[in-house]
Design a binder for this molecule. Sequence first.
Ligand SMILES: Cc1cc2nc3c(=O)[nH]c(=O)nc-3n(C[C@H](O)[C@H](O)[C@H](O)COP(=O)(O)OP(=O)(O)OC[C@H]3O[C@@H](n4cnc5c(N)ncnc54)[C@H](O)[C@@H]3O)c2cc1C
Length: 408
Amino acid sequence: MTRAQVIVVGAGPAGSSTAWHLARLGIDVLVLDRARFPRDKPCAEYLSPEASRLLDAMGALAACEAAGAAQLAGMVVRAPNGTLLRGDFAAAHGFRGFRDRGLALRRSVLDALLLERARAAGARVGEEQRVTGLVRDARGAVTGIETLDASGHTAERQAAIIVGADGLRSVVARRLGLSRARRRPKRVAMIAHYHGVAGMGAYGEMHVERDGYAGFADVGSGVTNVAVVAPATRVKRAAMAPAAFFDAWLAAHPHLGARLAGAQRVDAVRATGPFAHHARRAWARGAALVGDAADFFDPFTGEGIYAALRGGEMLAPHIVAALDARSPRDADAALAAYDAERRRTFAGKWRVERLVALAVAVPALMNRAAATLGQRKDMADLFVGVAGDFVPPSEILSVRYLLRLLAT
Ligand SMILES: Cc1cc2nc3c(=O)[nH]c(=O)nc-3n(C[C@H](O)[C@H](O)[C@H](O)COP(=O)(O)OP(=O)(O)OC[C@H]3O[C@@H](n4cnc5c(N)ncnc54)[C@H](O)[C@@H]3O)c2cc1C
């Protein structure tokens, strides 16, 4: 049986960030992942300007740039009726991100780099270790995990605190009985990488259509990430393999299909979803949840990696307080304080995500908003700054902004 003060389940951005921060605070932390790194992860692979602050703190920013991350100046959104809006990260609204650019980098590269940073900080890492269950004491407190390794060996490992950073279908969240699937939006995503996509520039692109949306982003080294997100019911009704659906969807939107005509797909189409879920709360006695394991809504505003990194940064000091606590009740209070901080920190962004999801689902609304934002660059810049995690969400949740947005 292996012991650690803290075991982190999952070595994505949330797990590596949590482990890095804990190791730097002197905690003996063990990170386990079912995969062997580098591993891929279906994602549009855009990193907000403010994510660079967290990467820099972890000593990973220079390595991401050296690995060829693309630099994005902002976002372009195309509404279903063809209206275009563009927002820049560097703008005159008075807010500045850590950088004036977003980054985009293959997850196979980014996640391996982040795990390496956690290892360098002192975290122990176990790859090809699938966590299959939780161990609890007689009172129900989590005291460890059960693992299954690549050669079929099972083991039990104990820790004072278990962190579920195991993504969308978190075993930890499910075993704790905390995970709730959301009924809406129920969307699935298909993603592939291409060489030679026509018309790529320095902006991430979101194309909203009546039957879903697509993201195009340069992820460096001449590679473009193409992601299609469609309602799960539509994908099911089409009764096609994900790759066939992906091709058919892009072909049905000639302004996108034409840009792929001379391009080569460099990997298989990967599918994921439905993804909207949230945890009732992000802790239980002896355990905490972070990143997608705690909540994920929709990829449109592309801040999951930022939230995962920020979540780890936020969680680590609360774990230290829980480890230092004199009683189980005090330890509970420390983890509950983490949950409260998460809600306070992310509440505004969650509201923005819900409004965006509504607009994506109602084409007339998206067309209206795009018509305004296409003409009001100042408002578009604010919106893109919120998506970039450096403009407070309250700037675009104000009645004034929303009324202007929908004014005819
Ligand atoms: C279609 C799509 C596009 C997206 N695009 C963007 C984007 O452009 N920008 C952005 O910021 N975010 C984007 N996101 C969101 C982003 O991918 C996630 O928010 C982010 O990966 C969350 O990080 P995480 O560490 O919580 O989870 P993950 O990155 O999913 O990592 C979880 C880790 O846990 C491991 N694991 C899972 N189960 C177990 C187990 N039982 N035992 C051991 N290990 C386990 C997995 O192998 C994995 O390594 C997108 C999401 C989707 C679905």
